[in-house]
Design a protein around this ligand. Structure first.
Ligand code: HEM
Length: 471
């Protein structure tokens, strides 16, 4: 192990330290390592040298540094497509330009903009109607939740919204779900990049599902290409409708764009990133929130009272936010408790750096352990309790304190969709809770812990829950 690295688990050459037969979850391993080594330590997995950070202040300091803002060239990000395109997997100028473009689109077409608010209202109404169909009967939270959040991205990207039962939506959703199922496999490839070179290719394909991933990626790219082509034929430069129109206009007007930006595939990847990063995250946060509420009738009553008084049965708008402090508290508390990205998203150090008294070499992976920060008793009293009141200040106003709270990350790679996510969470949650009381099915409890099968992304468990229409 290089001398300057923090202490930790190093293991064997090429294999590193992988606890194949351990019963502990990834998080339990990380907590054990924190106990032994403190808030920063090293864990080599395969050939990947990863430095984990548990401390909020150190996370903030680290992720704000430009030398720590790169992504590794991992299959997890690129899905085997070279060169990396889009926002989440690129580095350097291309990342900078794509990120700036998407931030501008989210500002101009996203949060608070009338077309998008209308879309969120429409999807919230459809969601409530779908939930009414299962009112009084224990059932899973319906896939209409995913349709609602996917439709918001479609609206912003291409001015489209699909019906819940539209075969095109079902096909699209299947593609996204299948992707999510195989992404954990990519870690094997990223940790053991030498394995494919020594294994027979048939075995390697089966193990890593490379063909499967490539096939899914091709299907999605073709899907987006069709929508982009349709936009090109109906483009009115003076009246851009959405993100695709704006990109096509930028393409024509700006000769300084890099080669990668000029390629349509880059646009397809930007769209893909927005769907990947901005649909499952919101759908799962909303599911977790409903589970926490089902287990907390006290919180639910307070939420009902506020929504009834302020909205009187209407849909929420962003202007209502200031008058819905308790609803905002519930959302923040759910973001804290669920920590949907429990170890953040991997960063890579792009040059040797000094950090917390250690020398971290170029190529080291950095992960901030969000789940640990969100349960850190230095910042949170009784962190395991769902207590929305902790977000109220002395005057009873909502105060979104930043210390110890990083659901959207911090620094150079901070989530570009926080504003949109918060708007959707507010409107969807208010609409559902205005119309329903939520409880566990009689004699049952709701398990609000994440699925154990997905350690690096918290997914809510599929289980029955009871929605009862409010009078
Ligand atoms: C509850 C919902 C969401 C959560 C918890 C969440 C969380 C995160 C986190 C933790 C990161 C990584 C930060 C880092 O690398 O350090 C991230 C990145 C990102 N998010 Fe979100 N996100 C959410 C919703 C959205 C939405 C709605 C969109 C867009 C429509 C979006 C788009 C992105 C993109 C494009 C990135 C990559 C940024 C980059 O690499 O520069 N996210 N998000």
């Amino acid at each position: 192990k290089p001398d300057g690295l923090p202490p930790g688990r190093w293991g064997l050459p090429f294999i590193g330290s992988i606890p194949f037969f351990s019963k502990l979850t990834l998080y339990e391993h990380l907590k054990e390592l924190q106990k032994k080594h403190g808030d920063i330590y090293t864990w080599r997995m395969g050939t990947a040298v990863i430095v984990f950070i548990h401390d909020y202040k150190l996370t903030k300091e680290t992720l704000n540094r430009p030398e720590v803002s790169d992504r590794p060239d991992w299959l997890f990000f690129t899905l085997g497509d070279k060169p990396p395109l889009g926002i989440a997997s690129t580095n350097g100028e291309l990342w900078h330009n794509n990120r700036r473009f998407s931030l501008r689109q989210l500002r101009d077409l996203g949060m608070g903009k009338s077309k998008l608010v209308a879309a969120v209202h429409k999807q919230a109404t459809i969601l409530v109607e779908e939930l009414k169909k299962q009112s009084g009967q224990p059932a899973h939270i319906p896939h209409a939740v995913n349709v609602a959040v996917i439709n918001i991205i479609w609206q912003m990207v291409a001015s489209i919204q699909f019906e819940v039962t539209d075969p095109k939506m079902i096909e699209f959703q299947d593609l996204m779900t299948n992707f999510n199922k195989v992404t954990d496999r990519t870690y094997f490839y990223d940790f053991f990049p030498w394995l494919p070179q020594i294994l027979p290719s048939a075995l390697s394909d089966r193990l890593f599902k490379l063909d499967y991933v490539k096939n899914l990626l091709d299907k999605l790219t073709v899907y987006f290409k069709k929508v982009i082509d349709e936009h090109r034929t109906t483009l009115d430069k003076d009246n851009p409708r959405d993100l695709i129109d704006n990109y096509l206009i930028d393409l024509e007007g700006d000769e300084t764009l890099t080669m990668e930006m000029q390629c349509e595939k880059n646009l397809a990847w930007i769209i893909l990133d927005l769907f990947f990063a901005g649909s499952q995250t919101i759908a799962d946060t909303l599911r977790f929130t409903l589970y926490y509420l089902a287990n907390n009738p006290r919180v639910q009553s307070k939420l009902h009272a506020e929504l009834d008084e302020v909205l009187g049965g209407a849909l929420a708008t962003l202007e209502d936010r200031a008058r819905l402090p308790y609803t905002e508290c519930v959302i923040n508390e759910a973001l804290r408790m669920s920590s949907v990205t429990p170890i953040g998203i991997h960063h890579m150090v792009n040059t040797d750096i000094q950090l917390a008294g250690y020398t971290i070499p170029k190529g080291t992976i950095i992960n901030n352990v969000t789940q640990s920060i969100h349960n850190d008793t230095r910042y949170w009293k009784d962190p395991h309790q769902f207590l929305p009141e902790r977000w109220l200040d002395d005057k009873g106003c909502f105060s979104s304190k930043k210390e110890g709270f990083v659901p959207f990350g911090v620094g150079k790679r901070q989530c570009v969709g926080e504003g949109l996510a918060r708007m959707e969470l507010l409107i969807f949650l208010a609409a559902v809770m205005t119309n329903f009381t939520i409880t566990p099915p009689p004699g049952k409890t709701i398990d609000s812990r994440p699925e154990p099968t997905s350690p690096t992304f918290h997914i809510s468990r599929v289980q029955d829950i009871l929605f009862t229409t409010r009078k």
